[in-house]
Ligand binder design. Sequence first.
Ligand SMILES: [Zn+2]
Length: 308
Amino acid sequence: MQRTGLTIVAVMMAGSMAAPLLAQTPAPAQPAPASPAPSQPLFATTKVEGTDNVYVFRYQNHQSMFVVTPEGVIATDPISYGRPQAATTYIDEIRKITRAPIRYLIYSHHHYDHIAGGRPFKEAGATIVGHRRAHERLAARTASDVLVPDEIVDEKRTIELGGTRLELVYTGRNHSDSSLVMLLPRERIIFAVDFNTLGAVPSRLGVNDSYPVEWEDSLKRTLALNWDRQIPGHPGPGGRLGTRQDMEQQLAFMTELSAEVKKAAEAGKCFDPATKEVRLPHFATLQGYEQNIEWSTHRWCGYWGRGI
Ligand SMILES: [Zn+2]
């Protein structure tokens, strides 16, 4: 059993404000496969067990990593789509731990549900970093609450700050074409968002913007990095972190999905009746299997049956 636990160091809740805030907040654009219990506080900041300075900030069903050093803070995804108060809460939570400047805000990928809300970080002096494709896509669109990265990563960049080393690695196209793996080599922890669902079948939004087959290669490249634990962009089952076994399972699911849908495409069954017929009994116990398997089949049918 790998170490996957989190130690809760600070949990705050808006008290009587929580219900109205929740009521006014749009549903997350990317529903996570493993939803936290409804009774869970609106947000929480947790220090990752076994680390000195690595934290997870969760707001409703999204989460991001931040690292605190004497010379400044490295923050990631502001997770404020449809709820600008999440970004200011995130900064308030950082400020309870340190007064050091927020030096960086790093985007995991370009999807708004993870990266909307960068403005207060920028105003606090942070430099926004994202993959080249995230920059291209965001610069071409005009979402007022989504800021374009100031600095671009192509294949790899290393950030050294206050004795902490963070590697930003592009492992190829997967759930998006702009996903950066953020690796803390000393802690052997990665922050990886949306392309490795923990014990679950990807949702519709998990596969809408995805790259079948290349996704498998990206998982293999990510597995080739030196890490033991993954901080996911949505809480894992019971709030746990991800493991290499989770990623190996995701890879196995996609490999089998791809082989089955390819057969269906060759038999002229894409999109229908393949979406109704393709089933992967080895993976039937994964969370969301019944609700989501057709979305995966549909996306892979696009690839194998239509060249999409
Ligand atoms: Zn996404």
